[in-house]
Design a binder for this molecule. Structure first.
Ligand code: SF4
Length: 205
C-alpha cells in the first residue's frame, strides 16, 4: 500500500495499545464514538483551541504543531509549557493512567518532534489524566526514546506489509477498546482456530 508522507503522532498511541486498532483507525479510518470517546473529545475541547497565557513564570501555548522530517511524524502538542527556558509538552487524557505505555510513547514522539523543530533538548513532559485529576511527569529517557523510534519503524513496516494484524492477545485491552464491536476479536480468533470453517483471508488476516 502507499506509504504516507507523515504519520500522525496520535496514531503511535493506537499502535502501542494494539497494532490491529492502529490499522482500523489509520488505514481503514474506523472510529467508534462510544461514551468514553465522546467524553474525551469534550474534555479536549479547551486544550485543542489555540492560544497562549503566562502565569507565575510559566508560558502555556495550546495546540502547538510539531513535526519531524527524520521520523516522518507530525501532530499537535496539547499544551507546550515554557519555564526558565525549558520546554515541556503536556498531553491531556480522559480516564486514569493505564497499565500500558502507549501514552508515554505518544508524548515522547511529541518531544522528539519538538526537539527537531526547535533544536533544543526536551528532557521531561507530563500527562494530565482527567479521570484521576493526576498530572504524571514523564522523563524522556534513552529507553523511552528508543521505544518510541521503534514504534515509528513498526508503524511504517506494518503499512509496508499491507495486512491487518491479528487481534491482541491480552483480552483486557479489548474490553476497554472502542473498536471492539468492529474488530470482533473473539469471533475472529475462533474462526482462525477453526480453519475448516473459514479461510484466514475472510477472517480479516
Ligand atoms: S478489540 Fe482488541 S484486538 Fe481489536 S482493536 Fe481493540 S484491542 Fe485490538
Amino acid at each position: 500500500m502507499d506509504q504516507p508522507d507523515y504519520l500522525p503522532i496520535s496514531m503511535l498511541n493506537q499502535l502501542e495499545y494494539c497494532p490491529r486498532r492502529f490499522w482500523y483507525m489509520f488505514v481503514l479510518g474506523e472510529m467508534e464514538v462510544n461514551a468514553p470517546v465522546l467524553e474525551g473529545v469534550l474534555r479536549h475541547q479547551r486544550v485543542h483551541r489555540s492560544g497562549q497565557e503566562t502565569e507565575e513564570g510559566t508560558t502555556r501555548r495550546r495546540r502547538v504543531y510539531v513535526h519531524s522530517e527524520r521520523l516522518r511524524l507530525a501532530g499537535f502538542i496539547d499544551v507546550l509549557e515554557e519555564e526558565a527556558g525549558l520546554l515541556r509538552p503536556v498531553e491531556y487524557k480522559r480516564g486514569k493512567q493505564g497499565r500500558w505505555f502507549n501514552d508515554q510513547v505518544q508524548l515522547c514522539a511529541q518531544a522528539l518532534c519538538l526537539e527537531e523543530c526547535t533544536g533544543q533538548r526536551v528532557e521531561e513532559g507530563a500527562i494530565f489524566y482527567f479521570g484521576s485529576r493526576r498530572r504524571v511527569a514523564v522523563r524522556f529517557t534513552p529507553e523511552l526514546r528508543a521505544q518510541t523510534e521503534a514504534s515509528v519503524a513498526r508503524a511504517f513496516a506494518l503499512l509496508e506489509q499491507g495486512q491487518i494484524p491479528p487481534p491482541a492477545e491480552k483480552r483486557g485491552k479489548c474490553r476497554q477498546c472502542s473498536i471492539e464491536p468492529i474488530c470482533l476479536p473473539r469471533e475472529v480468533s475462533h474462526l482462525v482456530l477453526s480453519p475448516q470453517s473459514v479461510s484466514p483471508r475472510s477472517a480479516g488476516f
